[in-house]
Design a protein around this ligand. Structure first.
Ligand code: NAG
Ligand code: NAG
Ligand code: NAG
Length: 304
């Protein structure tokens, strides 16, 4: 009698367990795309399905010409290898094909504009020169700021390096923590290893500057809902607000300045080259941050 009821309870428990498991597997389907992507976000195409070697060559056509400053450094494989760290959490794998292509173009638009040596009369046009640099050429200072968590290492310089250049000891420190690389002692990794250089830029794209703030990825793919304060500060979901997060008031809230429009133009140029077309980017007020207040105004933040 006692045996029978405990068996019944066990059976009931197993039924619950099985029901629970099937619910979980329905809710969170895991997809395995090999070394590049494994997890719920990997059920859509991966970046290498959508963005091929020839796309990379189209976007960064001039990077290996003799006048470029990092000849032979940047390549497609480094980009894809770096992306494999972030695709499982949604980088380039969110929202379906068009959104995925737009996010790749947006991220690379930042990269291209920040590493360009193009200018208005450059052959191929001003936007053909992304990935021309992998470091700041003539640093005017050593970018060391007294910092409790990330003190400068003697003899080490924290000038700009990488795909979205990293400046200052505390930025090398926090990105190094995020990637589990000792960038505080070895900032030079970002000018020696293109995979690490892309990883640092993707980490910045995927990670909020401060807790309770969105990442550039979040505002771009629509994961972020603006608060009343955001609306008052003219911050709306889209490309414009990615500039707010990455550069703050050095680019945003200054009206239609060239440095802002240059970043936007790289993004639009890449959308065209990737066959998505710049119309898909939406209207100028979504692309721009000309009227936005910075999430982190430079006058009140500890960083420069
Ligand atoms: C995968 O793509 C579909 C549209 O093709 C989209 O609705 C869905 O949100 C995507 N999955 C993820 C995890 O973003
Ligand atoms: C570059 O960095 C990646 C990622 O940390 C690493 O796997 C690779 O071995 C490095 N390449 C070289 C040549 O050190
Ligand atoms: C909204 O902005 C005001 C004034 O800048 C600030 O005091 C307040 O903390 C903000 N609220 C939120 C939720 O961020």
């Amino acid at each position: 009698m006692e045996r029978k009821s405990s068996a019944a309870i066990l059976l009931l428990f197993m039924v619950f367990l099985m029901a629970d498991l099937s619910w979980a597997s329905k809710k969170e389907k895991i997809c395995d795309k090999g070394w590049e992507c494994k997890g719920v976000f990997c059920c859509n195409d991966t970046i290498s399905d959508l963005f091929k070697v020839y796309n990379f060559e189209d976007l960064f056509a001039k990077r290996n010409t003799p006048v470029a400053h990092s000849v032979g450094f940047w390549d497609y494989q480094s980009f894809i290898t770096a992306a494999a760290l972030f695709e499982p959490i949604g980088f380039g794998t969110t929202g379906g094909k068009q959104m995925q292509m737009k996010e790749i173009a947006a991220f690379l638009g930042h990269v291209g504009s920040q590493t360009s040596c193009g200018y208005n009369v450059a052959t191929g046009g001003p936007y053909a020169w992304g990935l021309c640099y992998n470091r700041e050429m003539s640093p005017s200072q050593s970018y060391c700021n007294p910092n409790y968590l990330y003190p400068c290492t003697a003899g080490v310089e924290y000038y700009g390096r990488g795909a979205i250049p990293v400046y200052w000891n505390f930025n090398y420190g926090i990105i190094g923590d995020g990637l589990k690389l000792d960038l505080l002692n070895h900032p030079e990794y970002l000018e020696q290893n293109a995979t690490m250089a892309f990883q640092a830029a993707m980490w910045r794209w995927m990670t909020p500057i401060k807790k309770k703030q969105p990442s550039a990825h979040d505002v771009f793919v629509g994961n972020w809902k603006p608060t009343k304060n955001d609306t008052l500060a003219k911050r709306v979901p889209g490309f414009g607000t990615t500039m707010n997060i990455l550069y703050g008031d050095s680019v945003c809230g200054q009206g239609e300045i060239d440095s802002m429009n240059n970043i936007i133009s790289h993004y639009l140029y890449y959308l065209d080259l990737m066959g998505v077309g710049r119309e898909a980017a939406g209207p100028h007020d979504v692309l721009s941050c000309a009227e936005q207040e910075a999430f982190n105004p430079s006058s009140t933040s500890s960083s420069s």
